[in-house]
Design a protein around this ligand. Sequence first.
Ligand code: TRP
Length: 462
Amino acid sequence: MATRGSFSNRLGFVLAAAGSAVGLGNIWKFPFEVALGGGAAFVLMYLLFCFLLCFPVMVTEVTIGRKTQKNPVGAFTALGFKNWRFIGVLGLVAGVVILSFYNVIAGWAFGYFVEMASGNFAVSQNFGAFTSDWVKVGLYAIVFMFFTAFFVSKGVSGGIERLAKILMPSLIVMILILVGYSFTLPNAMEGVKFYLIPDVSAINIGTIGGALRQAFFSLSLGMGALITYGSYLSKNDNIVSSSAFITLADVGIAFIAGLMIFPLVAYNNGGDMSMVQSDQAGPGLIFITLPGVFETLGPGLGAFIGAFFFLLLSFAALTSTVSLLEVPVSYAVDELRMRRKPAVIVVAIIIFVVGIPSLLANGASDFFGTAFKLPRSSDFLSLVAGLADIMLLFGGFLIVSFAAFIWKKHNLHEEIASGYEGYENTFVKKGISFLITFLCPFILAILFVLVLLDNFFGIALI
Ligand code: TRP
């Protein structure tokens, strides 16, 4: 244990795991998924999924991690089920795929910070030109991968913990200030209505699948990232309350990011929310719409706030990229017996190379930008992002099913009980049993198939 490192205390684990969860998924992805998913109905589904389906998966991942003190591949072997290691391998692949494109977007956010801080406030007026400039975004992506590798090479408690402790609260304060400001703008309430008053009749598999994918991605579930973080958690810590805190923090930050963005969209479009699905939807929401509003603050203050916002966003992304890189690195250290530093360097380089097509997919290369036709997108980055989401859903399904039916739930409960006084007789235990053995495996299996058909074959069954 001493050589693997561990979190210095429970707060360290909770903050690092919350840091993993909170990232571009909350601030960049969540708002535009809500926009594409039609607004409040999507938000409603998202909340349901986070608490009913994802929270039990999170408890399961953390529990397996702490029980075995292993990376996701080694964990299944350590429990005595060598044949189930493939779940961990799948997770490893998902992690590599996610980080390969996530690092590109993180590079954009970091690039926006650098550009705005050095006086190029107009960067957002030509987002397309920015993402097409492959030399520039390539460099930003390299720098970002370097930072990630640096923190991962320091080990869990040295780097990751400390980073999350200072930055998460700053990010929350910044977003809340921007929420306050956006509420004062004309037509703000139209945006709030779009975001919060659901039209339940609009719910279809697109909304449901999008919300479920977003929930898994945002909570960092389905690939064993939290098995890995759980492996550094002490036996005295309460897994259930820690997981509840992480879920609430992640959902809360996504929610306030939406409160910040949608009034701005309404303001930009004179209160007409029908535009939200077309021109500004997609990645542009945070990179075009939001900076457009910084501009109304004037070049001095606007540039300052803009630079600061993208700096904080970069940090939020960094605590997530760190958790993504940590998974394959912990595998290389535990299973391949590599030393931590060389493992970090090798894995980071591999992932960067895998990400090069994603780097070129938004303007730099016609081929990577248009040749990958799916029902709703045709660029390489969207393709891998969609594939990764599907892998997370499948992984989540496999992990709970494994815990409930193969490892058996009494073993799960036994591990949860350590650090949770009186767990045996609680309602929480009954609830977790029900969710893990009934609700999660069956609902996840059904939704996985529906989402797969809809996203990759354009077949919408509901
Ligand atoms: N949850 C992070 C975000 O919202 C991204 C992330 C980090 C992630 N680690 C993960 C997603 C593991 C899935 C699995 O930005």
